[in-house]
Every structure is written in structure tokens, then in C-alpha cells.
Design a protein around this ligand. Structure first.
Ligand code: H79
Length: 433
């Protein structure tokens, strides 16, 4: 009798725990909204731009710690104009924006009440995070915030110099997490971010339980806030023990994945923070990066590092505008689509929506393009998006597409294949070895 009562209590508790776990999941509709956006702007900015070195990791390397930690005393980006930054994102066709409110160095771009190492103590004084949140709201761009679980400036965080473990201190993680929660509550209630982009899953002092605790805390403040997976410890899987709503391949395009949401973060130049004369990607590369990402069913968070005076480099603004011009023409084949059913490769990628497959042609290797036929599917119409009809020969194994001598768009042409059924239900076409 006693035994079965124990069992009943155990089962009841397990069910409660399972329900509690489910409750903290981000609503699917919110996550779908995020994935429909497909293209966002990442902005890496802070006092380190005055040295032109990488944010975070150049501290104690290219820049001596004493110098790095005092840079905020002269940080005065007088050309910073939130409306201009947001307009640049909008003109590029980007639907959301993520600002590095706090990077590994611990400097806060908002006037936090919980640390003196923040923008209000710089000569600039203005609330960069707040101004961006307001400008985003005004221009209809979704506002998001980057934070990291490490903080080399916080006396309660055990690592103060990642390159020299003799500088480690005992720290006080419970106190550190309390401060983190206070800061989170502050930014969530003040700036209403749609998503929090965390960094730092690799940190030794940060545990799986810490990640779960903070995730639950965020959800208690606002259940709709999305977070990426780097708040937890598992970087390549979602669900189970993992924390967060989407995967985050860095400086590489994620693989086609119809089951787990993902977002690649990739820089327009090489460095995250501004670097003088940094090498910039060509327009072709930028567009192919976006299209290959969408073809893999992911989002692209494309990074720009504004210069130390707060302006975005003209050549980068032009590049973003050019991407925006391509998207104006072909956006229907990117926004609110799903990736597949073809796995993207060097020659083509595919996205789909309704009864359409959008075939993105990166390069013309030959006068004909042969791709595997989709099982039990008939193409009823084929044409270049905003252009001429295309001849497709169909048999059981393949579709053979006639390509013109010159493709209509040198960066990426889009062929629309109208099908006799819903394209979303088609299984991914296996790639032959
Ligand atoms: O904000 C950008 C990067 O600064 C940040 N993520 C993007 C969005 C990032 N920080 N660290 N990492 C990514 C990866 C960590 C790399 C490390 Fe290392 C390898 C840390 C320690 C070993 C390389 C070698 C960097 C420092 C030493």
C-alpha cells in the first residue's frame, strides 16, 4: 500500500515536472515568426573599436589589459545615429537586428544599474541599446540583444584573463548569476528584445544547470523571449538537456536541417568588431551566403562592425544596399520560405513555399542543368522569377532544365517551379555519394 502511494506521488511529481518543462518552451508561433525573417543584422560595437582589434579576445593579446579596460574613458562615437544604423539594416532587407549590449569584456552599452563599467561612464554617455531599440520600433525592425555568460571584468566571475589561469579567482557564481538576472530583467523590461543571443557555452565555470536556471528565469520575466542555444552547454543539438530555441553555427553556413531551427552568424568582413581596411566579401559571396542559408532552412545573422566614431563604413553600407536590391527583386523566394527539398551545393540551392520550389542558380556550368526528379511530383509551370519561361524536360529520374547563354542575374538567378502539389510536404532529396 505504502509502496503504491509512493509510486503515485512519484508519477504525479514527474508529470508536474514535465508540464513545468513544457511551459518554459517558447511558443512555436513565436519561433516560426523568427525563422520567417531569414535575414538579420549583427552589430559588434564597443570601446575596443578604438584599437581596431577583435572584440573580446584581443584583450590581453594585441591590446594590454590596462589599456583595454580603460578605453571606455575615451569612447565617444559622436557619429552614432541609431536611425541610420537601423535604416541600413532595413534597406538591406534585414528583418531583425542584434546589438552586442555586453561582450566578454563586460562593458555594457546601456546604463545598467548593476555595474559601473557601462556607457553612462564614458564621455558619450548616451544609451546605445535604448536608442537602437527605439529606432527599431519606429522602423519596424525586430530588436534583439547579444549578451554573454562570461565577464572578465566582474569580480565574481572566476576568469579575469582567459590566457593566464594564474589570474583566476575563486569568484562567486551565485552572486554572479544574481547580477546576471538583474541585468536580464533590466534589459528585457526596458528594451523589450524579441530575442536574446547568448555567447559563452564553452566556459568552464558555466554549467548546464546554470544555463537551465537562467533560461527559466528569462521565461519567468517574459515567456515569449527567444534565446539561442549558447546559454547552455550543448552546441550542436536542441531538446533534452539542451537550453535554447535555435542552433548557432559561427562563420559557417549550417547544413540543411528541416527539424531544428538554426541561424548562421557570419561577418561581412573578417573581424566581428571594426578593423581598418578589413577584407570585405564580394556581393556574389554575400548573396550566395544568404541564399545557401535559406536553402538549408536557416537564418543569416550578417555582422557589421561600425567604426570607432559610430559611423558604418560607406563601402559596407553600399554592399548592404546591393543585397537589399537583390532581395527587393527576389525576396519572395527567401522570406517565409522553407529550405529544400534539394540539399544546397555549389551550383544551386532551393527554397519552397506553397506549391512552388524556388531554384536558386549560382553558376552556369553548362547549357543544361540536370537535377533529381521529385517523386510523384509534376512541374506544371517553370519560369525565371520576374522573367521568361523555362523549358524543363521531366522523366522519372530527373528534370533537365535549359539555361540561357547568360543567366538573368549574375549573382543568383531564381527559377520558379510550380508543382501539382504542396512543396512543403516533399521529403528532402538524398544526395548521391
Ligand atoms: O562575438 C563573436 C565572437 O567574439 C564570439 N562569438 C561571435 C558571435 C566568440 N567568442 N569566442 N568564440 C566565439 C569562440 C571561442 C574561441 C576560443 Fe579561443 C577558443 C576561446 C578559447 C579558445 C581563440 C583562441 C580565441 C581565443 C583563443
Amino acid at each position: 500500500m505504502k509502496k503504491s502511494l509512493g509510486l503515485v506521488i512519484f508519477l504525479a511529481l514527474s508529470i508536474c515536472a514535465a508540464i513545468a518543462q513544457q511551459n518554459i518552451k517558447t511558443p512555436k508561433a513565436v519561433l516560426d515568426q523568427f525563422m520567417d525573417k531569414r535575414f538579420g543584422m549583427f552589430i559588434h560595437f564597443g570601446p575596443v573599436t578604438q584599437r581596431g582589434t577583435e572584440i573580446g579576445w584581443s584583450r590581453n593579446k594585441e591590446v594590454a589589459q590596462a589599456d583595454y579596460d580603460n578605453l571606455y574613458h575615451e569612447f565617444n562615437p559622436t557619429l552614432f545615429n541609431a536611425d541610420e544604423w537601423v535604416k541600413t539594416a532595413k534597406d538591406a532587407g534585414m528583418k531583425y537586428l542584434v546589438i552586442t549590449a555586453k561582450h566578454h569584456d563586460g562593458f555594457c552599452l546601456w546604463p545598467t544599474a548593476y555595474s559601473d563599467y557601462n556607457i553612462s561612464k564614458s564621455p558619450f554617455k548616451r544609451d546605445i541599446v535604448g536608442e537602437l531599440a527605439t529606432a527599431c520600433k519606429k522602423q519596424g525592425v525586430t530588436f534583439c540583444i547579444y549578451l554573454t555568460v562570461l565577464d572578465w571584468h566582474d569580480p565574481d566571475y572566476p576568469i579575469h584573463n582567459p590566457y593566464d589561469s594564474t589570474k583566476n579567482v575563486k569568484g562567486d557564481m551565485p552572486a554572479f548569476k544574481t547580477r546576471m538576472k538583474n541585468e536580464l530583467k533590466e534589459v528585457i523590461t526596458k528594451y523589450k528584445p524579441f530575442m536574446l543571443w547568448f555567447d559563452g557555452y564553452w566556459e568552464k565555470p558555466w554549467t548546464k544547470e546554470d544555463g537551465q536556471e537562467i533560461y527559466q528565469y528569462i521565461k519567468s520575466v517574459d515567456p515569449d523571449v527567444i534565446t539561442n542555444n549558447r546559454l547552455g552547454k550543448i552546441s550542436d543539438k536542441l531538446g533534452g538537456d539542451a537550453v535554447g530555441d535555435f542552433l548557432t553555427p559561427e562563420q559557417t553556413i549550417g547544413k540543411l536541417n528541416m527539424n531544428e531551427p538554426w541561424e548562421s552568424c557570419i561577418t561581412i568582413c573578417n573581424q566581428w568588431a571594426w578593423k581598418p581596411n578589413d577584407q570585405m566579401k564580394s556581393l556574389k559571396e554575400c548573396i550566395r551566403t544568404l541564399v545557401t542559408t535559406a536553402s538549408g532552412n536557416g537564418n543569416l545573422l550578417f555582422n557589421i562592425g561600425p567604426a570607432m566614431d559610430g559611423h558604418m563604413e560607406a563601402r559596407q553600407v553600399v554592399r548592404m544596399k546591393e543585397m537589399g536590391a537583390w532581395l527587393k527583386q527576389y525576396g519572395e523566394s527567401i522570406y517565409s520560405t522553407k529550405g529544400g527539398p534539394y540539399v544546397p551545393n555549389e551550383v544551386y540551392g532551393a527554397t519552397r513555399k506553397g506549391n512552388k520550389v524556388y531554384l536558386h542558380i549560382f553558376t552556369r556550368k553548362d547549357g543544361i542543368l540536370t537535377i533529381p526528379a521529385l517523386k510523384n511530383v509534376k512541374i506544371v509551370k517553370a519560369y525565371f522569377m520576374n522573367g521568361n519561361a523555362v523549358i524543363v524536360k521531366q522523366d522519372n529520374n530527373s528534370y533537365t532544365i535549359d539555361l540561357p547563354q547568360v543567366l538573368p542575374d549574375e549573382n543568383c538567378s531564381v527559377i520558379v517551379l510550380e508543382l501539382d502539389k504542396n512543396a512543403i510536404e516533399i521529403p528532402v532529396v538524398p544526395v548521391k555519394a
